[in-house]
Design a protein around this ligand. Structure first.
Ligand code: COA
Length: 159
């Protein structure tokens, strides 16, 4: 059984992330979508909110588990019995950071591979910050995130 992790901040999850999950589901038996608790980031959504939004957004996929971790991603991968880490590559600008992280993770854990998947090109310009900006200024984000995320963002910015 091939288990892989898909780690990230997911603040919030977008159709770009979901596109990567869909592709990973076709290749692996089990995907653990896991939120990295990064003390240097100050997310808009709490950890609990992000877990809920991911679970709701991925409910149609049978082989998904949603979780969170702090510490090193390779330590979490070992504990979870995962043999790989999925990362999305949207553009060349993602490459340097991802390459450095993949090599460091391989140095830390030789037998955990990083697998890069490319989302559909219609999502290559998407990231969570852009979605947060659009939502904050009342723009329609329906093309980029599921309804449950759209509603959560409306609520967040109405406060
Ligand atoms: N579609 C849309 N957006 C995407 C995307 C996709 N397919 N893939 C990435 N993004 C966006 C995210 O929305 C996020 O946008 P933002 O910066 O505007 O919020 C951005 O790209 C960064 O992506 P994310 O996947 O959340 O990465 P990250 O840099 O926040 O986190 C971890 C990367 C969690 C894998 C990494 O920090 C980690 O492993 N942390 C644990 C500590 C550790 O082990 N470090 C590695 C040691 S080398």
């Amino acid at each position: 059984m091939r288990t892989v992790l898909y780690p990230g901040t997911f603040d919030p999850i977008t159709y770009g992330h979901i596109d990567i999950v869909k592709r990973a589901c076709e290749l692996f038996d089990k995907i653990i979508v896991t939120i990295a608790v990064n003390p240097s980031k100050h997310p808009l959504f709490t950890l609990e909110e992000r877990l809920y939004l991911i679970k709701e957004s991925l409910s149609e996929f049978p082989n998904i588990t949603v979780d969170s971790f702090d510490g090193l991603v390779v330590d979490y991968a070992k504990k979870a019995g995962a043999s790989g880490i999925i990362r999305g590559l949207r553009a060349v600008s993602d490459f340097e950071y991802e390459f450095q992280m993949a090599l460091m993770n391989r140095k830390l854990a030789e037998n955990i591979a990083t697998i890069f998947l490319m989302p559909h090109e219609k999502y290559t310009y998407l990231n969570s910050s852009i979605i947060r900006d659009l939502a904050q200024f009342g723009s329609d984000i329906g093309d980029f995130v599921p309804k449950v995320v759209q509603d959560a963002m409306k609520k967040k910015f109405a406060k």
